[in-house]
Each structure stands twice: as structure tokens, then as C-alpha cells.
Write a protein of this length. Structure first.
Length: 171
């Protein structure tokens, strides 16, 4: 007979303590999955890669109701409780966790190889910042991270602007 309580569950954590909870639960022998997302964020006039939780304040934990004491999770530093519906913890489908793991691996590969390679003459659209939705033509690629554009303003390519490659996309 298959135990229906073996599987993935959600742990609700204290604010900004997901990694503390993850480390403490792993020390106790639990299998934890903490999906992360890498994004380009504009800070201090620079675009930087920032790693953030895909689901802030939540961890996935693999439990077996017969072998694991669920109360250990609640008393672990960084954790608040298991997500419950009624008296039993809410089970997360295994297929969902596997899909999240696959998607995270794909995003990681893309982020490591995803610096856009623009050439002079390429048509682009600004996707971030004050000039969002303006179209232009790449005039010069200044470095791996910056391009100079001739923007289309009043139906003419008249304004030259230097932007991060992460602020534009090819049309």
C-alpha cells in the first residue's frame, strides 16, 4: 500500500529568513527545495544580476508522515509553520516541484549566456527606464553591457542615447 503522505509540502518562513530556514532544515535531514530567480535590477545607476526567491517566504520540503516529525519543522529557526488546509498539511504535487526545478535550470543556463549581441544598424525597442517603448537603431556597441542608440523621436532618428543592453530588445 502506497503512503499518500509522502511528498512535497510548503513551509511558511519568517520574512527574509528563507536561507536560514533552509540550512536548519537540511541540517535536520530534510530535503528542501528553494526556487530562486535571477533578474537584472537597476541599482545605483548600474544594472546588476540579483538573485531573489521565486516564492518569497516559502520553501518546499519533502516529508514522510511516518518517518518525519512535522512538529520539528514548526520549531526550526526561520520557520513559522507548514501550510495547512484544515488539520493536515497541504500537499504539493510532485510534478509541480519537478517542473519548477526544470524551469529553474533552464533559466540558469539562459542567464549565463543571455547577454544580447547587438550590431550597428539593428532595430531595437527600449524596454526599461524613462524611454520605455521608444524605438531606435543601434549606432555603436560601447562594451559588452552598453549600446548607443539613435532614437526615433518625432519620426526622425535624431537623439543619441547610451543604454544598458538589458534595457533594450531587438524588434
Amino acid at each position: 500500500m502506497k503512503d499518500t503522505h509522502i511528498g512535497w509540502y510548503l513551509v511558511f518562513t519568517k520574512p527574509n529568513q528563507e536561507t536560514i530556514a533552509q540550512c536548519n532544515l537540511q541540517r535536520q535531514g530534510f530535503q528542501i527545495y528553494f526556487p530562486l530567480l535571477q533578474q537584472y535590477k537597476h541599482r545605483s545607476n548600474l544594472y546588476r544580476v540579483v538573485t531573489e526567491p521565486l516564492f518569497p517566504r516559502y520553501l518546499f520540503i519533502h516529508l514522510n508522515s511516518e518517518l518525519n516529525d512535522w512538529s520539528k519543522v514548526r520549531s526550526t529557526r526561520g520557520c513559522i509553520s507548514l501550510i495547512r488546509f484544515g488539520s493536515l498539511p497541504a500537499r504539493v504535487p510532485d510534478t509541480l516541484v519537478e517542473r519548477l526545478k526544470q524551469d529553474e535550470a533552464i533559466r540558469l543556463v539562459k542567464s549565463q549566456t543571455s547577454t544580447p549581441d547587438f550590431k550597428p544598424g539593428d532595430r531595437v525597442r527600449v524596454t526599461d527606464g524613462l524611454l520605455t517603448d521608444y524605438e531606435g537603431i543601434v549606432e555603436i556597441k560601447n562594451s559588452q553591457q552598453r549600446v548607443t542608440l539613435l532614437l526615433t523621436i518625432a519620426e526622425r532618428h535624431t537623439r543619441s542615447v547610451s543604454l544598458s543592453v538589458h534595457q533594450v530588445k531587438a524588434i
